[in-house]
Design a protein around this ligand. Structure first.
Ligand code: EPS
Length: 390
């Protein structure tokens, strides 16, 4: 059984965004209603552009499913593009005035073209629809084992939400989040961010955001203890920075750990038999500064990740740039875009981080079928609970 992995294909204005997921166990029920709900959430958020009024994203299953359950082959899904016009030069004109912050200039140099159109069709955040579908499919596996991811908008510009979430408060915080069209559970902060997005639009400018992601129910021991890319923090870091517009990723306290001493950072350990049924198997901590990851592996505490998303690079007012055809100073190009897509990005991150946890889960519990995977998972928990015990 290969490692759980996925690929995406598709251009923003091509026929479809495609996602192929390999490595799920056979016989796993896939909840396509859930996947579609995640795709619709990704399209939302105050500050989103006109494309989201055109598309009504949902997955079309192309392969890998029989009567609602996974087969032995890869899961292939498509999200059709209603706004498909790639072969119409009049409706997808050349872009020769690169937008600072976008893939335009770097891409035109990479592919030796003065028309950035080919670059931006693939670099577009539209690709995150396929990424989100893959992550949501992986969550159908994680949910079977009590593992769930949750992301929200922590802040933007000078506003930071005053909200804390743990496994117990999750249902209430999720309800508060979903009542906000910025996916921010703090009503006051949500309104303040909304006002700033509205002002940015009036100023023909754009806004980014700070996104926080938690993964609950993760058993200890997922990931790798050596150096390198199989460390679960390395995989999560790569997944986050693999999403368009992400400029930083932090695990737990992140940068703050450099500003404190060890005794103020590391999470003390105790054991409480009465809590042996929890993800930490009885090992409990008063704090979670490590963000659920120690030594490249999950430690039974919730995984906590923070990501910074840059402001959208397409500004209505434009920025100083150069025309690639003449190399003369020009204002950067404009085409339909968002003012702020941070709420949408929180949905993408909630799913791509889930995919990495699922990938590490499958690396440890690699049964070909869900029945075999169930048995492996149960046997591991039983052995881990007996570890060092009486
Ligand atoms: C997006 C789809 C894109 C943009 C936006 C987000 O569609 P279109 O280019 O047809 O408007 O609206 O992506 C960007 C602005 C970008 O530069 O990547 C989406 O589906 O999230």
């Amino acid at each position: 059984m290969s490692l759980l992995q996925y690929r995406t294909a598709g251009e923003s204005h091509g026929p479809a965004m495609v996602s192929i997921v390999e490595g799920l166990p056979t016989g796993l029920p896939i909840d396509f209603g859930f996947i579609d709900s995640e795709l619709r959430r990704r399209q939302g958020g105050y500050g989103r552009g006109g494309r989201q009024r055109i598309e009504q994203d949902s997955v079309e299953v192309l392969a890998g499913i029989r009567q609602g359950r996974t087969t032995a082959g890869p899961l292939a899904m498509a999200v059709r593009n209603r706004d498909s016009r790639l072969d119409d030069p009049d409706r997808t004109p050349a872009v020769t005035r690169p937008r600072p912050g976008h893939a335009d200039l770097a891409g035109s140099m990479k592919f030796l073209t003065s028309d950035c159109r080919d670059v931006i069709e693939r670099s577009s955040a539209r690709e995150t629809a396929a990424r989100t579908a893959a992550g949501a499919a992986a969550r159908c596996l994680l949910r079977r084992y009590g593992i769930e991811s949750f992301a929200f908008l922590r802040g933007a510009l000078d506003v930071v939400a005053a909200v804390e979430v743990d496994a117990e408060s999750l249902p209430r915080i999720r309800d508060a989040r979903d009542r906000s069209d910025l996916l921010c559970p703090d009503k006051v902060a949500s309104e303040a961010i909304r006002a700033r997005i509205r002002q940015a639009k009036e100023d023909r400018d754009t806004v980014g955001g700070l996104i926080e992601i938690h993964v609950f129910g993760v058993p200890p021991g997922l990931g790798a203890c050596g150096g390198g890319e199989e460390r679960l923090d390395a995989r999560i870091g790569s997944a986050v920075l693999g999403v368009q517009a992400m400029k930083s990723v932090e695990i737990g306290l992140g940068r703050e750990t450099a500003l404190r001493r060890g005794s103020e950072v590391h999470d003390p350990i105790s054991f409480d038999e009465a809590r042996a049924a929890e993800p930490g198997l009885g090992f409990v901590r008063p704090t979670n500064h490590a963000g659920g990851l120690e030594g490249g592996m999950s430690n039974g505490m919730p995984i906590v990740v923070t990501a910074a998303m840059k402001p959208i690079s397409t500004l209505l007012k434009g920025l100083p740039s150069v025309d690639l055809a003449t190399r003369q100073a020009e204002t950067s190009a404009y085409e339909r875009s968002d003012i702020c897509a941070a709420a949408a990005a929180s949905v993408v991150l909630e799913n791509v981080i889930a995919f990495e946890v699922a990938r590490a889960f499958r690396a440890k519990f690699a049964g070909d079928s869900v029945e075999e995977t169930d048995a492996q998972f149960a046997a591991y928990l039983d052995a881990a609970r007996r570890l060092g015990g009486k």
